[in-house]
Design a protein around this ligand. Structure first.
Ligand SMILES: Cc1ncc(COP(=O)(O)O)c(C=O)c1O
Length: 377
């Protein structure tokens, strides 16, 4: 049996590690640990990659969301968010004094359902956050964009899963008013902790640059409320190296995904998700849907008998977290698609550390596990 297989893992090859160490040494000697050449270069390269006018480096993806929401001013207003996301998405709305309004998902994409967005829209709605779940750009992004334009709403992309994903050849983070990226260790590219705003809105970029540094202007005078959300030079060094490898990372993730899709398409007890032809998936996750098999049992057997870590995306959905149920009075059975579909979604390991042989092992193990469980053994 192969030793433990993680569902996600960061990837730095030896050449990159050596390059990173040398740059860190030079940075430590230089004494410039913040707001220096590496942060500036990482921002420039990221903006170039996403083909946006601006990229503003931060210390988390949550900060990226919060800064954009503060820029738009959501205090006392509603912001529509999919319930299928990491809790950071609605939390960022709450931290800005806004009210997250949860909406349901499209069962075929696991992304926000535009029809439910229209049902939940009120005179208090300030904007929408769309999440490109698992690395799939929300296929209805243009419909949402038109809806926002017609109703004077902002549209933010939570692109934490979707570095380098495209729709009609256009990169995530360059599709709406602004993109929020996370560089958390499980993500398609990582800096340990870190985040980035991408935008073509120059006014937002100027506000973000001040807000990330306690609301201070270039003369160190506080001109707005801010926080300590700056990225460090050492973090930016990691970011530069990861970004230089991002295309390779996405290609390999797509190769692994293709391997899974080809090998699992005829397995009766699971359904696979389709990617529309005009979208390049980043495959942050490879989700499958289990048909009439208990997901928790599959997770347990894969882990215990085969050493394979798997996960979900996301169960429970945000509105079923105990905090939201008790403090926010969200209700069970209020978002039926999310509640029925997500509990059966399982994410198979996908990252650069997997060889083809390991992927074959995961496929064989999953098939054995599903056979066993459908026989009731
Ligand atoms: C969808 C989504 N939004 C936001 C975040 C928050 O990013 P960070 O952990 O960098 O604050 C994450 C990260 O885990 C995420 O997956």
């Amino acid at each position: 049996m192969i030793s433990q297989i993680f569902s996600a893992a960061p990837y730095f090859d030896t050449e990159n590690i050596n390059g990173i160490i040398n740059e860190i040494k030079a940075t430590l000697k230089s004494g410039t640990l913040i707001d220096g050449p590496h942060v500036h270069a990482f921002e420039k390269n990221f903006a170039q990659y996403t083909q946006t006018k601006h990229a503003i480096a931060l210390n988390s993806g949550t900060a990226a969301l919060e800064i954009m929401l503060r820029f738009f001013g959501v205090e006392g207003k509603e912001v529509i968010v999919p319930t299928n996301t990491f809790v950071a998405t609605p939390t960022s709305v709450l931290l800005c004094g806004g009210k997250p309004v949860f909406v349901d998902i499209n069962a075929k994409t696991l992304c926000i359902d535009p029809e439910d967005v229209k049902r939940k829209f009120t005179s208090k709605t300030a904007g929408i956050i769309v999440v490109h779940i698992a690395g799939l750009i929300c296929p209805e992004i243009n419909e949402l964009k038109n809806f926002c334009r017609n109703n004077n709403l902002f549209l933010i992309e939570d692109a934490a899963h979707a570095h380098g994903a495209t729709i009609d050849q256009k990169k995530s983070g360059n599709l709406c008013d602004g993109g929020a990226f996370s560089f958390y260790p499980t993500k398609v590219m990582t800096t340990g902790q870190g985040g980035m705003i991408t935008t073509n809105n120059s006014e937002m970029a100027v506000v973000a640059q001040k807000m990330r540094d306690h609301g201070l202007n270039s003369e160190r005078i506080m001109v707005m409320l801010g926080d300590n959300w700056c990225m460090s030079e050492i973090t930016a060094i990691l970011g530069k190296y990861q970004l230089a490898n991002l295309e390779r990372f996405i290609e390999r993730r797509n190769e692994i995904a293709k391997h899974y899709t080809c090998s699992l398409s005829k397995t009766d007890s699971i359904s696979l998700f389709q990617t529309p032809k005009n979208i390049r998936h980043s495959y942050y996750k490879y989700p499958i849907k289990l048909n009439n098999i208990d997901r928790n049992k599959v997770i347990l057997v894969l882990k215990k008998d085969f050493g394979i870590d798997t996960g979900g995306i996301y169960y429970p959905p945000c509105h079923l977290h105990p905090w939201y149920l008790s403090n926010f009075k969200t209700q069970k059975n209020s978002l039926p698609v999310s509640e029925t579909v997500l509990k059966d979604v399982l994410c198979l390991p996908i990252h650069l550390g997997l060889t083809n042989k390991t992927v074959d092992y995961i496929i064989d193990s999953l098939n054995t596990c599903l056979l066993r469980l459908s026989d009731g053994k």
